[in-house]
Ligand binder design. Structure first.
Ligand code: RRO
Length: 310
């Protein structure tokens, strides 16, 4: 019988599925629902130093093929998530959970990471280099120079397992340039991809969300081909020590199977989790296991990265 069990470094997860940051992860009550589902783990909402209210409402909208959001990084502040994660280390020592964070400036990012470095938190950390929804602030990882400087400053003092959440790239030269930078650092993983930034969805002549004149990050079915391309492009280019988390357009077991074929070791679910709730993880595990059983694969390592070229 197939299992969706996976690992990233020494962290073991009973399932390769988890939430994508931003969905079902704002507070303890949402995170508990993911813990108690068939997901392998969770990641928190991206935390900043202080609590943030985020952008004006409405700021999230579902469509038939996906979603648009311009949440604007609403979160309860780093101390809230760190305290909860440290508590879970005591109460559920056999499990590991992810912390997501980013500062509103490089200085703030260093303050956050130094706090985490000095804390007793032992889990993996996802540095969000790709929020598309902060008015006036570009997505960090689209600026290669800033990204390289930031990472070199961080790895001077940061010794815990750190990965980066990346925006989607759309050009082969950009895959080459980005991978060359990431390969200079002891990154634990990269997560491909965040939402496709600054899309526009219209209903009855109106924008559907209020912030940024209706512009927002696109997720769901719309973005699977872009997500798969990014997972595979980085799988081909990154040092094998840098694991890949695949995110984007995962609605069913086949979508996850494709992410893993492209090289993903874990699979995150955003828009579909928002639409269906944490019960989705049971279905996703069953659907992926059934594809694996049909094909005779017992673990995800049996087919991870083994995409065939026609
Ligand atoms: O909060 C958001 O607006 C947000 C973030 Br931080 C992110 O990384 N990706 C996204 O689609 N929305």
């Amino acid at each position: 019988m197939a299992t969706t069990h996976t690992h990233i470094g020494n962290y073991e997860f009973k399932s390769c599925f988890m939430n994508a940051a931003g969905v079902y992860c704002y507070d303890r009550s949402e995170l508990e629902k993911v813990i108690n589902s068939e997901a392998g783990t969770f990641v928190t909402k991206t935390a900043t130093l202080n609590k943030r209210e985020g952008n004006p409402l409405p700021r999230y909208y579902d469509t038939e093929l996906g979603s648009i959001n311009s949440m604007g990084l609403p979160n309860l502040g780093i101390d809230y998530y760190l305290e909860y994660l440290i508590e879970l280390q005591e109460t559920m020592p056999e499990r590991s959970f992810f912390l997501s964070l980013v500062g509103m400036s490089p200085e703030e990012t260093h303050i956050l990471l130094k706090k985490v470095q000095e804390s007793s938190f032992k889990g993996p950390i996802e540095l969000n280099l790709s929020c598309p929804n902060l008015p006036g602030k570009p997505q960090i990882a689209y600026d290669f120079e800033t990204t390289e400087i930031l990472l070199s400053e961080i790895f001077e003092y940061f010794k815990k397992p750190l990965g980066a959440k990346l925006p989607p790239y759309f050009d082969i030269v950009h895959f080459d340039q980005a991978a060359k930078i990431f390969n200079k650092f002891p990154l634990f993983f990269v997560n491909c991809v965040n939402s496709i930034g600054n899309g526009l969805i219209i209903k009855d002549e109106y924008t559907v969300i209020k912030p940024k004149n209706g512009f927002g990050g696109i997720g769901g079915e719309y973005i699977k081909p872009t997500a798969l391309a990014n997972v595979h492009a980085f799988y081909q280019r990154l040092n094998s020590s840098i694991r890949i988390i695949g995110t984007g357009g995962v609605l069913n077991g086949k979508d996850a199977f494709e992410h893993i074929l492209c090289g993903a070791s874990m699979v995150q679910v955003g828009t579909a989790l928002q639409k269906e709730g944490p019960e989705i993880f049971k279905r996703l595990n069953e659907e992926l296991e059934s594809i694996m059983n049909e094909k005779g694969y017992k673990t995800i390592e049996d087919f991870r990265g083994k995409l065939k070229m026609i």
